[in-house]
Ligand binder design. Sequence first.
Ligand code: UDP
Length: 364
Amino acid sequence: MATQIKSWKLLFVSTPVGPLGTGLGGGVELTLHNIAQQMLHRHHQLQVVAPANSTWEHIPIVQIPGNLQIIAQSQKRTDAITMPENSLLANMWDYVREVESEYDLIVNFAYDWLPFYLTPFYQRPIAHLVSMGSLSNAMDEIIAQVGKRFPHTLGFHSSHQADTFPGLTQPLHILSNGIDVSLYDFCPQAKQQLAWIGRISPEKGLEDAVALSQKMNIPLKIMGKLQDESYWQKICQDYPQAPMEYLGFLSTTQMQKIVRECRALLMTHRWVEAFGNVAIEALACGVPVISYNRGGPAEIVRHGETGFLVTPDSIPGLVEAVSRLDDISRHGCRQQAETEFSLEALGDRLERWFGKILELRVKS
Ligand code: UDP
């Protein structure tokens, strides 16, 4: 498939909530990295527009200064859209306006109102890869408007995520996600410990994993960006006996060394997780995923085969799943990651999506 496609010039625009490499961008950082890497591998030309102080190597980045955008998860559904002075987001899209004629397609990775609003004002088509579920009325409105006016330009990671948005016009592009499976080592034998990976922030529901760890007295390895310090302190106070250890925000190499030795990854999110990159990273190591049956992980985990989908917010449900872990084949987990979530499979899905947008643009 890839061989029939000509080389495109792609301009990727990152999230304005933090420099790439810091973890502030959550799963968007890994997603953007993997998609960029795969598109370069397929001989497309590519430039990433990202916040100043982004630290990636091997991927061409234009660094843009300005003040960071506040994260959407910290706002209420009816809050107005806000922009700081010297807005990084606005600066990034100013840059896009200056250079857009050099590219075939712009791809927006930011979950922010401005790029959606600006879409009709640009000459080049803009593909929007929506990274979270519905969180704000203003975003729902602008996303639906763009989808209606520019068919095929909206991409989502899962159907559960897309379903949270009211008024979307079909067809929608559900792209799932992918990782470089070769960066994750299969580990046939686990230690008696569990993993929890993610931004430490209320919507991620870490407290349920810690409660389980305390209840079953199973060590819990916690990895991820500490985004909300007071939330973390409250968890530490509420579960003083939990045998947990916070290891910080680790590189992929370091993170997979820990997770691969765990019996399972716990996903105890309170929100509709758009996808859940950490689920496919764990599977790639041969580690089963025990997740609340909510959002993207419900489309990843094969219940009873590569993990368990548990009634949301049920700690007894988590306990039961942990007690059934011996039923899961760790080889089967690795195999699912290799077949469904490889970078090649993701690259094929993306080329189909980008190709459709460009084909429609030529016709119009
Ligand atoms: N991550 C990481 N190091 C850590 C913990 C997490 O690099 O120590 C990355 C992980 O690889 C994943 C991201 O953080 O890509 C979390 O993304 P996910 O989609 O699970 O959730 P989000 O933060 O987007 O809500």
